[in-house]
Design a protein. Sequence first.
Length: 658
Amino acid sequence: MDGFLPALDGHYDAADQLTRYLRRRAEAQFERTHAEKRAVDTREEYEDRRERVREWFLDRIGGLPDRPEALAMETVGTDDRDGYRVERIVFESHPRFHVTANCYVPESEVPHPGVLFLCGHVDAGKADPLNQRACIELATNGVLVLVVDSLGQGEREQYPDTDLGADVVRGGVSEHCYAGQQCLTAGATLARYVVHDDRCALDVLATRDDVDSERLGVVGTSGGGLRTQFLGLLDDRVAVAAPCCSVTTRAEWLRTGKRIDAEQLLPGAIADGVDHDDFLAAMAPRPLLVGAAASDQYFPVEGVHDAVERARRVYDLSDVADRLELVVADEPHCSVYDLGDPVYEWLCAHLGVGEYSPRDEHAVVDPSALDCTTDGAVLTAFPDERTVTDLLRSDLDADRLRAASAGDPREDEAASDVRLRDRLVERFDLDRSAADRHPRTTRQTETDGFSVEHVWFRTERDPDVVVAGVLVSTLGVPARSPAVVCYEDGTEAVADPDRAAELRELAAERGTAFAFDPRGVGAVRNREIPIPHWVDAYDGVYGTEFELAYDALDDSLFGMRVFDVLCAAAFLRSRTDSQTVSLVGEGVGAYHALYAAGADERVDALGLRDLGPNFREMATSRDYPYDARLTVSDVLDCDVPDVFAALDERGVAVERGG
């Protein structure tokens, strides 16, 4: 027995279908969004939109924690330099959750304007040599600069001794995406914690005696530039902002196959019409500089121009068009320092420190000289230090307590079958319109009393989704609850003799077994998208599955695949004239089978093998098995145990194996 030859036995090229499907759905929404924004023609209308975007943003990231009333902060060392000094600072954004920072303090007359410098994805964080140079440039021109280590960078690595290995959690984007998957599962995003840290850093600036709290600015590049945009939306204390190498449009991002980091992901942003220009326009009428790179490999420059021009309409409505400026350097994706003098000139002008004077030499030091802890790691410096996973676990425990005290039915010991089914249908959009299947057979053979048929059909139309499967039937035997089989690798697995034997056994027992490929799996797996070039794991951080899962609009690839399994069950019932079906799943396919069984009362038996941890365990365990195929948002109120409880209530026979 074998799977499909390329292009579904030469019948249909599905190698790009997920990419096409997601882009076509997005393009339709982009048109609606642009029409809505063009209709905004007064300042009052825009203010209403900005408030809606702000509320939407807070909802999508899971809200923001309350900032400490009295920020616990300590200056652990000071280094005097030529014309400025560097203070090494530690503060707690949450109890037992420390943020490490350097403060570059000018020797000039106080009070100084203060700038929060947000780092991009560099391992050294605040101590990166280019970040040091940029901070020195500003400090020697009279601007006090606070530069912080973002979560997962510099001294704030969260997983230094994880058993999962450096190929999964190696700092920077990998730590962000690893923790971000947990946050998504819980109905939040990593931005909840990262933006909270940044706002606390702004508190540090605003409460310093040597800082003019009316002249606060934020600057950052790449991921730091995105966070600059977020702060501009959320915090009115930001008087000026300069997001660099961090602006484009979602349309341009989709066209080029780019990835984004987990703290930048905002579920439903495309479907709800929120784009980079909304964050830029939220700064109006405050001064805003957008720094860009002509050859930026992450934020295409065409999207930069489009986003800035859309934001300019809002600045025009406020009669402050001169406060929005775009600077494009002839560089690839780069640091604030690489963007050069135009950024410093603009900041100095709008922060009121006079004409910018370039620095000829920079006293760049070894990163360890800027450490705020003895061994360069908060997790070892503070014995009771918490990680972001600890924070999420604590937040979830508090949510459960609040829900239980309020009598929230989500916290019933066992969710009812009907309530669980309704929740799954709503959460995964399982009542979407299914296409007329019109199944096609590409080839059929009969051997040893079995018929083996290779079949494909559509589950959605315009844009199309094609799925496929290998149908194994016992000749002359009527079907009795035929089985849809979801192997982790789909029909590619049927070439394995053990899997082929299993399919024949199922067909002998139930009349028919259907090894099935939902979208993006097996014979309909999307081609690899080799961006960025260093990605080597299809299902890992920044791999193709990661990119497609993050593109998935207001739903998830996980939910789409559950929908496809339901369509496969409908196909099998129609094909065999059976009233019920059984489902079998292995690995990631076991999750698809389980959730499809929970959503369809016509499933009467379920067999699962190698089912991994439940979603709450993944959200709250420091070492969990990262898999981009399990990217799904806000699933803890319909978790694996809830589905098992509902199936038990319904009387579905469930067999589990390792």
